[in-house]
Design a protein around this ligand. Sequence first.
Ligand code: AMP
Ligand code: TRP
Length: 342
Amino acid sequence: MTIEVTVRRPRVFSGVQPSGTLHLGNYLGALRRWVELQDEKENYFCIVDMHAITMRQDPIELRRSTREVAALYLACGLDPQRSTIFVQSQVRAHAEGCWILNCVTPLGWLERMTQFKTKAKHRESVVLGLLDYPVLQAADILLYDAEEVPVGEDQKQHIELTRNIAQRFNHRFGDTFTLPQAVIPASGARIRALNDPMKKMSKSEAHVRGHAVQLLDTPDVIRAVIRRAVTDSGREIQFSDAQEKAGVNNLLEIYELLTAQRRDVIEEHFAGKGYGMLKKDLAEVVVEALRPIRKHYDALIADSAELDSILAAGADRARAVAEPKIEEIKRKVGFIVPQDTT
Ligand code: AMP
Ligand code: TRP
């Protein structure tokens, strides 16, 4: 007698907001690593437009930006055959899941979130959605029973919160959710701003001159931005944790991630050379890494009907997992689910 066991590949869920253009930090900290996971894992990569509207968005710009992020996902190498790529608002279960999870999440947990505190600071009025943001994120992840959530360092607290919400729900209603794990890379988790190495490179500031290399920047812009990158008054080109070396270290990390060379080999290569040389070499490495992405992107964005149909197919696949899960959740909390008789 043979017993057949189907082993499910580990599920991966991650998302990016379609607010502003993606930058090198998004690529190195997120997208590039997702591409590497495609064959080992069962992947769900979402464009989280419902998260984006927690900050004010121009409707036309939001739609444009959603397609831009989708095209960039594909241009960076995510394959819609191997990964489920979809837009959050096209799968209703996310909003429904968020509501139900809202009703088990203590307010105090949300008020403690660093991202909320940073975004709410210096604002006269804050929308409720901004506070609720991490609960929607928890719904995203838990609906798919994702084991792994590959993200940058900044999202660690949200994944921890997701686990706490899942545990609370499981405790109250019986085993329902898989507890997810944040997967944060040792290197590249926090690419720093080029104009201020004390800050992380971030979408909200990507429009500030010199802050970031955007994935769609032209070679000339890339060279100019890297040439102007803030370093320090020293000469040593070495990997270092020292605060005053954060700028140079950031450039070296980007170089390391894009060339896949060993650190000692890189230090050897730059020994005795000045920061100008580091910047010049790095700029060429970045230009060459982004060139094929831009080319692929230009082709994809030209056909928005094709892009929309890839996204619609992705949403169908996502629904096939999220729909039965939301029904299970509804049954657990005591809602009448049509076609049920109990
Ligand atoms: P966001 O730009 O905040 O929507 O983030 C999208 C993804 O990129 C998340 O997984 C982030 O953790 C990651 N990410 C954002 N900024 C950086 C950065 N400067 N360095 C590394 N990863 C980042
Ligand atoms: N909050 C994430 C960010 O800003 C985006 C996000 C939304 C996400 N839902 C998610 C990331 C689920 C991972 C899993 O980067």
